[in-house]
Design a protein around this ligand. Structure first.
Ligand code: PLP
Length: 409
């Protein structure tokens, strides 16, 4: 008989977004005259910028001519893109890395999901609660957890992120081999300062732990004390992998391009105590299981770093940041307490006393016809919170804000 990977059976159904969709559909059917605005999803609304579209067209034309056609490319990405990432995101910020420490991929989701394959099944995993679910679910699939009971998996070291600790993960009181940190954070919208991140880098160095640092929302950072890369922290190149994405930076959610930095200084021991380079192992993994990002998409990503591309994407991001301010103001005038929105496109609001995440969802839907995401959907510490996103259009965000500020909670 063929045996299943029964770890998959430990995963509770992914009901969050389907439950939301069902409740919204039912509401719309009963209230056809009341247009609903979604501030729920983490997808962008603005199109690709002109510099990117131009690069896509040009590269498509190249693909149609025999002299410039390209077939399989290097699995880890074309040198032109890796060099552009290196220069713009690292060297220009005073971070010394080399192009062969950068791996281009089709998304930060796949990379954060796949990276755990390089570690032993017994590795202890620590992650934030609330959390971007991919870190947790992929470790469940890999058999690193016990059963799901009372909203949590056995064997995982949860790092509660609550109002009390300013939504900042605190060092655990037990060992963890792998720590997932997400900053700027989805869903809380908080971001770790240099001093806070340094504590984690030092802890990882002292405890032989690896930090898997998801910085998909780096482009939204506004405060100087928030680092743009974990490699701004001395010693991080020996303990951390960094994940970045063009999805939210340049509207590539449907175009698909991201990259992961695996420094060559990052080594992990085998059971005999012999060190191995994670860079070499990740290259081995990618060359075996991945065949690279389309040439046209890599040219499009390269265009993000051109002077015009930079001006254009900064304008789009500024628009989303403006939306975040509009939402924060509306929540404030409705008497609600809200966090985030300063270094991230997410706003994390506290539901009124006695109103849980789902009750707040219903209240906002029926009272303002605005859809958000119940915080409890991201982990048990998300109960009593609610996530709104700044990714809708300015017009709809303003309309949603107007409706919210008119409500009493
Ligand atoms: N990491 C975080 C924290 C995210 O919120 C998301 C997308 O929502 C991703 C990674 C996925 O990014 P990508 O579109 O590059 O796969």
């Amino acid at each position: 008989m063929t045996a299943l990977n029964e770890n998959y059976l430990k995963l509770p159904g992914s009901y969050l977004f389907s439950t939301i969709a069902k409740r919204v559909a039912a509401y719309k059917e009963e209230n056809p005259g009341r247009p609903v605005i979604s501030l729920g999803i983490g997808d962008v609304s603005r199109p690709l910028v002109p510099a990117v579209v131009e690069a896509l067209h040009k590269a498509s034309d190249e693909m149609g001519r025999a002299e410039t056609f390209r077939g399989y490319g290097p699995e880890q990405g074309y040198a032109f893109l890796r060099e552009a990432i290196l220069k713009h995101d690292y060297l220009d910020r005073g971070i010394q890395l080399s192009a062969d420490e950068i791996f281009v991929s089709d998304g930060a989701k796949s990379d954060v999901a796949n990276f755990q394959e390089l570690f032993d099944a017994s590795s202890k995993v620590a992650l934030q609660d609330p959390v971007y679910p991919v870190y947790l679910d992929t470790n469940v699939m890999a058999g690193r957890t016990g059963a799901f009971e009372n909203g949590r998996f056995g064997g995982i070291v949860y790092l509660p992120c609550t109002e009390e600790n300013n939504f900042t993960p605190q060092l655990p009181d037990q060992h963890a081999d792998l720590v997932y940190l997400c900053s700027p954070n989805n869903p809380t919208g908080s971001a770790m300062t240099r001093a806070e991140l340094k504590k984690w880098v030092d802890w990882a160095a002292a405890n032989n732990s690896i930090i898997l640092y998801d910085s998909a929302y780096e482009a939204f950072i506004t405060q100087r004390e928030v680092p743009h890369s974990i490699y701004e922290i001395p010693g991080a190149e020996k303990v951390a992998v960094e994940f970045r994405s063009f999805s939210k930076t340049a509207g590539f959610t449907g175009t698909r391009c991201a990259y992961t930095v695996v420094p060559k200084a990052l080594q992990v021991m085998d059971k005999a105590g012999k060190p191995h380079s994670l860079n070499a192992l990740w290259l081995r993994r990618q060359t075996t299981k991945f065949n690279g990002v389309p040439y046209v998409v890599q040219r499009a990503a390269e265009a993000v770093f051109s002077p015009e591309g930079q001006t254009q994407i900064r304008e789009v991001i500024a628009g989303y940041q403006q939306n975040a301010q509009v939402i924060l103001k509306a929540l404030q005038s409705a008497g609600l307490t809200a966090f985030g929105g300063v270094n991230a496109p997410y706003i994390w609001l506290k539901t009124p006393k006695g109103v849980d995440s789902w009750a707040f969802f219903d209240k906002l839907l029926t009272g303002a016809q605005v859809v958000g995401t119940p915080g409890v959907g991201f982990g048990s510490c998300g109960e009593g919170y609610f996530r709104l996103t700044a990714f809708n259009t300015p017009e709809l965000t303003q309309e949603a804000a107007r409706r919210i500020s008119a409500m009493t909670f």
